[in-house]
Design a protein around this ligand. Structure first.
Ligand SMILES: [Zn+2]
Length: 599
């Protein structure tokens, strides 16, 4: 490197001293909500005169769902002007890039509209009742200035208010600040007449915000959410935020949640709170999304640190980010006493049957399921069940096996809990270094005191069948097949379509598959008797193994008939029972794992 002379330094010094960082201000308006159009203005000020052009980008995916949404497709009426409103020439150079010739202008203001009517995807939505914004789906950015602090001013419709994890700028309930663009897009906004309930846990403010009508009891919700918050604090050792917001939308198209840096957005059916089963389902979603506050929002796999908003972000560790989160999301409900241990064991028995029945588990590894999420898992492909494993479900299964294996090998001194905590400490978000499968294996080995190479080769990088019996035995549990309860099965799942049973999937190797039934067929009758989607499985179960039935169906416009030889389910249902005489270690593993007495 060439050294600068003193005179050059003296010449440069004032320029360096007064060089200002550009400022970035966003404004979001919604003057006519019924049209579904947000209006966005972004003001970049204090830009250097050179270079004379810049690129404004719109993300193509949102965090938490690993699929390309192509958000720029909803943008229209884009314009760019200088600080005194003189138009600047611009051109699109690819689907997500607006190239602006700013010349020497130090201020660039871009304006555009975004069509937003996708509440169900938890991306962007606006109607005459409320609005939801995931910044990835609404806000553009300049890569070079992505790390600058910014402000967002919301101009709500009528008397609507804003609920978000963003901090307000003092004294203004509609002006927010964020340390950078990545933080802005990780703080979704609910805008409308939602009910906000504020409560304190461990000295920090939490907000439960509910949009929509439903028969909920806020005090009960707050009590149960507080329990989940406290369990996570104990598990991870900290609450890594100043304030946390639980955004809940009660809508008929609700279903599922998305994690964010200091908030979550959960969509629910308004009837969720009416019975204890669906309420437990709700707590399961809360538990899952909140666990993500650490696992994936801070402890991040290498492939998504930092996020690249312009393309697919390939990552092999979604089985940890999502599968391990699914595992703990449920386990915490058991440890908290919301789900009795017996019901948890029934759920695991059900998972064993699902795992052994899914043809895709024998074809695609967890690494591959994670890596190809962008083109497979989230695409809901016709052949998905037969050709893919599932980084959520199988990821949870492998997390369970890993947990029990570490407990066994360490004499129950350590568990997957220790592995997760250690990864969280070793890979802080601010460090900018994401973890890989190898790191998970290495930390597991540190606690277990022996190699996990075969385990990872078999279950993470490979497709070996999971040794459920061995793992459950570590906790004093016996996995037993309920052979007598094998139902006669067809091997399809269907949905109702105008009174017909439309085939949405045919399990490879099943009687239906071998007879030639296909995705999209509309089943009309079995042995001349009309059949509906709702009673198809029961009708089939009434037949005996070995019975041959005639299935009439429409394939396209053709009426077709197929002879199907029925047989019992290939994989039986299972039950899990405690062994009669557990060892001390088996009892200890069972009790610390499920957080309940052996009894
Ligand atoms: Zn998740």
């Amino acid at each position: 490197m060439k050294r600068l002379s003193l005179s050059v330094l003296i010449f440069l010094f004032p320029a360096l001293l007064f060089a200002q960082k550009p400022s970035v201000e966003y404004k979001l308006s919604m003057p006519q909500p019924r049209t579904h159009f947000f209006e966005v203005e972004i003001r970049f000020q204090g830009l250097p005169a050179s270079p004379s052009s810049l690129n404004v980008l719109m993300p193509v995916w949102r965090t938490g769902r690993y699929v390309i949404f192509d958000f720029p497709g909803g943008v229209q009426e884009f314009s760019a002007v200088t600080g005194d409103d003189s138009p600047l020439p611009w051109a699109k150079t690819d689907k997500l890039t607006w190239h602006i010739e700013k010349k020497r202008s130090t201020t660039v203001v871009v304006r555009y509209k975004v069509y937003a009517n996708e509440f169900g995807d938890r991306t962007r939505g606006l109607n005459d009742e409320h609005a939801f914004v995931d910044g990835c789906a609404v806000f553009m950015y300049i890569e070079r200035y992505r790390h600058l602090p910014l402000t967002l001013t919301v101009v709500p419709y009528k008397d609507w208010h804003v609920t978000t994890g963003l901090e307000t700028v003092a004294g203004d309930q509609f002006k927010f600040s964020a340390p950078d663009f990545d933080y802005l897009i990780d703080c979704p906004l609910e805008i409308g007449d939602q009910q906000d309930y504020t409560f304190q846990v461990e000295g920090k403010e939490h907000v439960l915000s509910i949009y929509g009508k439903g028969s909920y009891n806020p005090d009960k919700l707050i009590k149960d959410i507080t329990t989940i918050v406290k369990m996570n604090k104990e598990f991870w050792g900290d609450l890594p935020y100043k304030r946390y917001v639980f955004l809940i939308e009660l809508t008929p198209h609700g279903g599922g949640g998305t994690e964010h840096i200091n908030s979550t957005i959960i969509g629910l059916s308004p009837s969720t709170f009416k019975n204890s089963n669906s309420y437990r389902g709700f707590l399961g979603v809360v538990s899952h999304e909140y666990f993500h506050t650490w696992n994936v929002k801070r402890l991040r796999p290498k492939g998504i640190l930092p996020y690249d908003f312009t393309r697919e972000n390939y990552v092999k560790e979604l089985w940890v980010a999502e599968g391990t989160t699914s595992y703990y999301g449920q386990l915490f409900l058991t440890r908290a006493g919301y789900v009795p241990a017996s019901a948890s064991l029934d759920a695991i028995a059900h998972m064993v049957q699902g795992d052994r029945q899914r043809p895709g588990d024998k074809i695609q590894s967890l690494d591959e399921s994670s890596f190809d999420a962008w083109i497979k898992f989230w695409k809901g492909l016709q052949q998905g069940y037969n050709s893919e494993s599932d980084y959520y479900g199988k990821g949870a299964n492998v997390s369970l096996l890993l947990d029990l294996e570490i407990r066994q090998r360490s004499n129950n001194k350590y568990s997957l809990d220790d592995v997760m905590r250690t990864l969280y400490q070793r890979f802080p978000l601010a460090g900018g270094r994401g973890y890989t499968d190898d790191d998970v294996q290495k930390v597991s080995e540190e606690f277990a005191g022996s190699s996990f190479k075969t385990f990872f080769d078999n279950y993470v990088h490979g497709t070996a069948p999971l040794a459920w019996e061995t793992a459950l035995r570590y906790a004093g549990l016996d996995l037993q097949a309920k052979d007598a309860e094998r139902k006669t099965w067809l091997g399809v799942w269907t949905s109702d379509q105008n009174g017909r049973a439309r085939v949405n999937g045919v399990i490879a190797g099943s009687p239906a598959y071998e007879a030639g039934l296909d995705y999209g067929d509309e089943i009309l009758a079995i042995d001349g008797q009309r059949i509906r989607s709702s009673d198809l499985q029961n009708r089939i179960a009434d037949f005996k193994a070995g019975d041959k039935v005639k299935i009439s169906l429409f394939r396209g416009d053709e009426l077709r008939e197929f002879d199907v030889m029925l047989r019992p389910q290939d994989v039986p249902p299972y039950k899990i029972v405690k062994v009669e005489k557990p060892t001390d270690l088996q009892k200890a593993i069972y009790e610390s794992w499920l957080g309940t007495k052996w009894e």
